[in-house]
Design a protein around this ligand. Structure first.
Ligand code: ATP
Length: 271
């Protein structure tokens, strides 16, 4: 159902401005196909802005975003939406829209100009509802759902889009711990079993260390550090990025690092 993917999403010397303020500068990223990349960084460091630029929702002031060596601005809206899906932050749906109607909207890029709903569309919607455990809620209007249920409905819509590349802005927001684990395991399965490329913004450093293949630490709109968890979840990198002191331990089972915050550093520049 979801196409395996070898497409490479890349930014070359990308800058993004909001008005006269430069927010992102000189950004050169190569997103590894078939891997989970997590963007980390303090509030306001540019994570959502970069994700939106990758999703073609945010115009760039200079530089280029490329998908498989082609500038994304040169693709048709439908073509791009068949290849790249975005779960945005704080998306709004019209009043009264039911879960299933929202999830069906994910099929829009696959619909021909003329022609009806197909069995493939039904299968994709059913699969997306099952993957997010929303079957029992499918006929409920979104506005009567809890924040976490609504978040899962938006994730289901993004999954129904069946794109080989998924961009997820804080996907675990509103989810309780069990649904967070379910979602992160689902993302991991999509990456491992279907070679999907996922770029996710996360705030939880330990969740990022546990699930990601690559971490990118941003600060003030620039890449401060990137690499596997063992190189990023370190007292030095975290102190420089967030101005906090952390203790880092190693999970005896996976060998992956996890951290416990200790205190804020009065002047991050001292770190
Ligand atoms: N529409 C906008 N107009 C003007 N400035 C904006 C706009 N959106 C974001 N910014 C500014 O751009 C900077 C980066 O914002 P962005 O949302 O990308 O950060 P972020 O790392 O995702 O933050 P957070 O962790 O708080 O979600 C911030 O200083 C923010 O105030």
């Amino acid at each position: 159902m979801i196409r395996p993917n070898t497409d490479e999403l890349q930014t070359k010397a990308v800058a993004v401005d909001y008005g006269a303020t430069r927010i992102v500068e000189d950004l050169d990223l190569k997103i590894a196909p078939g891997r989970l990349t997590v963007l980390l960084g303090p509030n306001g460091s540019g994570k959502s802005t970069i994700l939106r630029a990758l999703a073609r929702l945010q115009p760039v002031a200079s530089g280029t975003v490329l998908l498989d060596a082609q500038a994304i601005t040169r693709m048709s809206t439908k073509e791009f939406a068949r290849r790249v899906g975005l779960l945005a932050q704080g998306a709004m749906a019209p009043d009264g829209l039911r879960v299933i109607d929202l999830v069906r909207q994910g099929r829009y890029p696959h619909r021909p100009l003329f022609g009806g709903w197909t069995a493939d569309d039904d299968a994709a919607v059913a699969e997306a509802l099952a993957l997010t455990s929303l079957q029992k809620l499918q006929d409920r209007p979104l506005d009567v759902l809890s924040g976490g249920q609504r978040q899962r409905a938006w994730i289901a819509m993004t999954l129904a889009q069946a794109t080989p590349i998924l961009l997820l802005d804080e996907p675990t927001t509103y989810l309780d711990i069990a649904h967070q684990v379910d979602l992160m395991n689902l993302i991991r399965r999509l990456v491992d079993a279907r070679a999907m490329t996922v770029v996710a913004v996360l705030h939880d450093l330990n969740q990022a260390a546990r699930y990601a293949d690559h971490l990118i630490m941003l600060k003030s709109g620039k890449v401060m550090a990137k690499g596997p968890a063992k190189d990023i979840i370190t007292p030095e990198v975290i102190a420089r990025a967030f101005g906090i002191e952390v203790k880092v331990f190693q999970d005896p089972d996976s060998g992956l690092p996890f951290c416990l915050p200790q205190r804020t550093l009065s002047d991050p520049a001292d770190a």
